[in-house]
Design a protein around this ligand. Structure first.
Ligand code: SF4
Ligand code: SF4
Length: 364
């Protein structure tokens, strides 16, 4: 399968390199034009540099039904999916990318079941179904150490998996032994990410979900991205309150952790709901054949994590708090486990490809 994806990516790039009509759309075509031939590393890099905005598909005179059957975004998307499997670490878990939607769904259900089972066994149903108010009320249901320990381990493992995967990808796609952490290239890539520059299709927006230009996909990605950033800010402030100021959760509605977490959570709900809606409307021709389940399962899981987080906030002083907390913690656990083996990886590889691109363009 990998060979087929490699061969098709090389075929379409050779044609495009003669045509070059789409060079103003995104970073892929200028990067392509720096090459006469393409190594496998080049192809994997270019596949991850593509943001699947689809402008080049609807603009292309050689797209199906032309005999060339040139579907550039699909060729990049198919190869991109193969790179996720190839560079996954530990590699025996790369199978999770096959039927990823099913894998993420099963892991989510198992995590919620596992947290519920442990909580009921260790705390008893009276504690789970009771009303808890004031400081430490969450920890009355799930003890502090039982939250801290597993998530510290899972976060550490996720970082390790990403580091190994990214290092492998970087080495495979590098020809000049350039450092990954070059300051200028990382600043350039970060600026591209903060603006989601390559979801603007050269200024008019993506051809997504259909052949009309639209900024909708870019705007919804911004809701998710900045919502995620606000949730990280909320968690960090809460950790400082707890560990440094010795003020345990839950916090008042108008405290910094709650305000930033609530705005972030609502932002992610809007972004994921909108992206899922577009996903079901989209033209599937310029997409990878087997990525739909992966995309949808990640969006649904992210949506549910934030929905249960907000419901937990709303019902934290009622008898439903215990069950809400169990479901929320179970889903967060599933999110942490599947981070390196699901849709989330697209952001990581794309960032690395943008760093590579910033390096290359600075050397031209
Ligand atoms: S996608 Fe089509 S129009 Fe665009 S550069 Fe390639 S061959 Fe030319
Ligand atoms: S789909 Fe968009 S981002 Fe990907 S190569 Fe075509 S124009 Fe560039």
């Amino acid at each position: 399968m990998q060979k087929k994806a490699i061969n098709e990516a090389e075929r379409v790039l050779r044609i495009c390199n003669s045509c070059r009509y789409c060079e103003g759309f995104c970073a892929v075509f200028p990067a392509m034009e720096l090459r006469r031939t393409f190594t496998e590393g080049d192809l994997k890099y270019l596949a991850n540099l593509c943001h699947n905005c689809r402008d080049c598909y609807y603009a292309c005179q050689y797209a199906p039904p032309h005999d060339f059957d040139l579907n550039f975004p699909k060729a990049m998307a198919e190869l991109r999916l193969e790179t996720y499997k190839e560079f996954a670490w530990p590699n025996f878990l790369s199978g999770l990318f096959h039927r990823n939607g099913l894998a993420v769904t099963l892991i989510s259900i198992l995590c919620v079941f596992f947290v519920a089972l442990l909580t009921f066994i260790s705390q008893g149903s009276e504690v789970v179904e009771g009303v808890h108010t004031g400081a430490n009320s969450f920890y009355n249901v799930i003890p502090y150490w039982a939250m801290l320990l597993p998530f510290t381990v899972l976060a550490g493992l996720a970082v390790l998996c990403f580091w190994k995967s990214v290092s492998h990808f970087w080495k495979e796609t590098d020809t000049n032994s350039r450092p990954l952490f070059g300051f200028g290239a990382n600043m350039g890539a970060t600026w591209d990410v903060l603006r989601l520059k390559y979801l603007d299709g050269g200024g008019h927006g993506c051809n997504y979900p259909d052949d009309r230009f639209s900024m909708m996909r870019r705007n919804l990605h911004h809701f998710v991205f900045y919502g995620f950033a606000l949730c990280l800010v909320s968690t960090t402030i809460a950790a400082i309150y707890d560990h440094v100021l010795h003020l345990p959760a839950p916090y008042p509605l108008l405290s910094w952790p709650v305000v930033t977490g609530t705005i972030g959570g609502i932002s992610i709900l809007i972004g994921t709901a909108g992206l899922l809606f577009l996903k079901f409307q989209m033209d599937r021709e310029p997409a990878a054949r087997h990525s739909f389940g992966m995309d949808v399962s990640f969006g649904v899981l992210l949506f549910l994590v934030n929905l249960t987080g907000l419901l937990l906030l709303a019902f934290r002083e009622t008898s439903t708090m215990g069950m809400m907390l169990i479901v929320h913690i179970g889903l967060v656990m599933a999110l942490f486990i599947t981070f390196p083996f699901g849709k989330f990886v697209h952001g990581v590889y794309r960032y690395i490809a943008l760093v590579r691109n910033a390096q290359e363009q600075s050397e031209v």
